[in-house]
Design a protein around this ligand. Structure first.
Ligand SMILES: Nc1ncnc2c1ncn2[C@@H]1O[C@H](COP(=O)(O)OP(=O)(O)OP(=O)(O)O)[C@@H](O)[C@H]1O
Ligand SMILES: CC(C)(CO)[C@@H](O)C(=O)[O-]
Ligand code: BAL
Length: 628
């Protein structure tokens, strides 16, 4: 695009076809610039009134009469009418050689005027980037108004000169640029009107009188900020990562009833777009964006939203498919289409059950298939990916939140373990979870459990070796919560791979009749496996903790050369890391968790546990030892 100043055309006889808002105003301005307006069409009473007001003395004529008398024909008709009008006049032989034919459609260039050009006329397209009322108020708006000008190079100066004469600023635009240019302007200017009206209607519906009093100063400031500072001036719950507030907004708008459905849909759609923009601009993190997009998921049955994702690319060379950060948005959309995601799934607030009795009552209200997600709370996006997997597979999702003392050994972090039930509930609001079971110790273990579960040999290695009694405690609570919830499905994370294997064995050996689903590890964009214990890490430790995922990636890359090579590559990374104390690094059989000997082929599991400062972290990845 470029603008330029050009010579003035001489005095022309101007004819206006379509004395709508734009036509009447532009013809008035051309008249003021010294041209003669020789006639205008005006079919409706409103357009005749406009001719009277803005073009006094100009005769109202038929289209053919206007075209016959005018040296410059101004076509200000709706975009969709334009092609047929131009062709129809060509078919009737009305276009004259040398006649200027100017239209003001934003979307069209001069190709639409080809039939006039074929008859020797000179086609020009000018489009004011302005909104008009069709009254004298508009005359001032032309001053300095940018006009998109499209014309063949030899006649471009004529179009530019016409624009300059009426006080506008010509900006040259290519034929193929016009549709998107026009779409952008319409989206900004026209949809802004809808947006303001929606905000006003929501205020009115909620009982606020004179909504304009609130909207005018706020929206004026917001528009000012948007035009000056762009998206950097964005404020509000999305850039604050305030998921609970966004969920509450959705619920509040939904409660305003069917008349305000479009407001709810608009809010959801624009909040999703805002989330993606805030993420791209680095105003919010990946995890916050994923949580927001989860809450804002399009309800089942609604048209799917945009396909952009919050989940970043998988950290290069970390844990392959299992480590791939699933695109949060697409995962959420998949959840929305799932049987369990009813029309209101996005705003469901879970029922909090603190006791077995409350749990039983809440479960009784849930017919159909139920999926259980067991957690220790301090929820993060790894947990939410379990919830999404659960939603995809069942009608209802129950999440348990309980820090089980039985699985903590002496000197471990039972007391320090992060607990934030309120935050967890906010995170689960709108995630399609119906019930949160959060018992206290007395409710979980009303009596000292005398019957204990022996988890067998797998519990004696790796995690079980460092944490004696850990898996016995895990299986005790898993069996108990399975018995209390009686789900059809229970979902566990592959981050705790040994735990997942043991839970599968528990279910098999005791015929518990529940399907166990494993979910890939969810990672931060830099590769760190998400974990509630990451909250213990200082900034420096957070950086050092990357040694775990990097070691696994190095081991996985070397696995084709054998067990020893994989272990050596991973060990190198861990040893080079500052202040990272390896507890174990092992390449094991994914079923038995026994170390694989050199020469082993096929799949293996490379698992690591390490202390970063005082925080103990675990991670793992599947590897392919080749040879099969
Ligand atoms: N990053 C993750 N990706 C996938 N699943 C996960 C992730 N983190 C935890 N999970 C799963 O969530 C469930 C509950 O785990 P838990 O509440 O112990 O969370 P956690 O973040 O692993 O906490 P911790 O750091 O104490 O181990 C388990 O099945 C666990 O495997
Ligand atoms: C399965 C579990 C919730 C049992 O306490 C816990 O071990 C965990 O969070 O993985
Ligand atoms: N995520 C496993 C539970 C624990 O570490 O105790």
């Amino acid at each position: 695009m470029s603008s330029s100043t050009t010579p003035r055309p001489g005095r022309l006889g101007v004819g206006v076809v379509g004395a709508g808002r734009v036509g009447a105003v532009l013809a008035n301005a051309l008249r003021a610039a010294g041209h003669a307006v020789v006639g205008a069409t005006a079919v409706t009473e409103a357009s005749r009134d406009r001719v009277d007001a803005l073009l006094p003395g100009v005769p109202v004529l038929t289209v053919e009469e206007v075209v016959e008398r005018a040296e410059l024909v101004l076509l200000t008709v709706p975009d969709d009418v334009l092609p047929d009008l131009v062709r129809g006049l060509a078919d009737l032989g009305r276009w004259q050689p040398g006649q200027l034919v100017v239209h003001t459609s934003g979307r069209h260039g001069t190709e639409v005027l080809a039939p006039a050009r074929a008859a020797g006329a000179i086609p020009l397209a000018i489009h004011p980037a302005m909104t008009f009322t069709g009254t004298s108020l508009d005359l001032n708006r032309l001053s300095g108004c940018p006009f998109a000008v499209t014309a063949a190079a030899p006649v471009l100066p004529i179009a530019q000169a016409l624009v300059v004469e009426i006080g506008g600023e010509p900006v040259v635009l290519g034929e193929d640029q016009r549709p998107a240019y026009h779409a952008a302007l319409a989206h900004g200017a026209n949809h802004l009107v809808t947006l303001v009206a929606q905000a006003g209607r929501a205020l009115t519906a909620t009982g606020v009188e004179e909504p304009g009093r609130y909207l005018e100063p706020l929206l004026t400031a917001a528009l000012d900020g948007a035009l000056r500072g762009g998206e950097q001036d964005l404020t509000g719950p999305v850039v604050r990562g305030d998921v609970g507030t966004v969920a509450a907004h959705l619920a509040a708008l939904a409660s305003l009833g069917p008349d305000l459905e479009d407001v709810l849909a608009g809010y959801r759609h624009l909040a999703r777009a805002t989330t993606r923009r805030a993420l791209a601009a680095g105003r919010i993190g990946e995890a916050a964006a994923a949580r927001l997009l989860d809450v804002l998921v399009e309800p089942a049955g609604a048209a799917p939203g945009g396909g952009a994702t919050a989940g970043g690319a998988a950290p290069a060379g970390t844990t392959g498919p299992a480590g791939t950060a699933a695109p949060a948005d697409s995962a959420a959309s998949a959840g929305a289409a799932a049987p369990g995601a009813g029309a209101t799934a996005a705003v469901v607030e879970p029922v909090l059950a603190r006791t077995r009795r409350e749990l039983a009552a809440a479960l009784a209200a849930l017919p159909g298939r139920t999926a259980l997600v067991m957690t220790m709370g301090a929820l993060h996006d790894g947990h939410l990916s379990l919830v999404r997997a659960a939603r995809e597979r069942a009608d209802h999702v129950v999440v348990s939140v309980y820090v089980n003392p039985l699985q903590f050994g002496p000197g471990e972090d039972l007391d320090a373990y992060p607990r934030d039930l309120e935050g967890d509930l906010a995170l689960l609001t709108g995630a399609g979870v119906e019930v949160v079971f959060a018992p206290d110790d007395a409710e979980a273990y009303p009596a000292e459990p005398l019957v204990r579960i022996d988890p067998g040999p797998v519990a004696g290695v790796l995690e079980g070796r460092t944490r004696p009694g850990h898996f016995a405690g895990v299986l005790q609570i898993v069996a108990k919560v399975l018995a209390l919830v009686r789900p059809d499905i229970a979902v566990f994370g592959e981050k705790d791979a040994q735990q997942l294997a043991l839970v599968r064995t528990l279910v098999r050996d005791l015929d518990l009749g529940v399907e166990i689903v494993g979910v890939p590890i969810r990672r931060e964009p830099d590769g760190l496996a998400m974990s509630s214990r990451n909250a213990y890490l200082s900034t420096a430790e957070r950086t050092r903790a990357l040694a775990l995922s990097r070691a696994l990636a190095a081991g996985r890359d070397a696995a084709g050369r054998g067990v020893a090579a994989a272990l050596a590559a991973a060990t190198d990374v861990l040893e080079a890391a500052e202040a990272v104390q390896t507890d174990y690094l092992a390449l094991v059989d994914p079923d038995t968790f026994l170390p694989l000997p050199e020469g082993a082929t096929g799949p293996g599991l490379l698992a690591v546990a390490a202390r970063v400062g005082t925080t103990r972290l675990i991670d793992n990845t599947r590897v392919d030892l080749g040879g099969q």
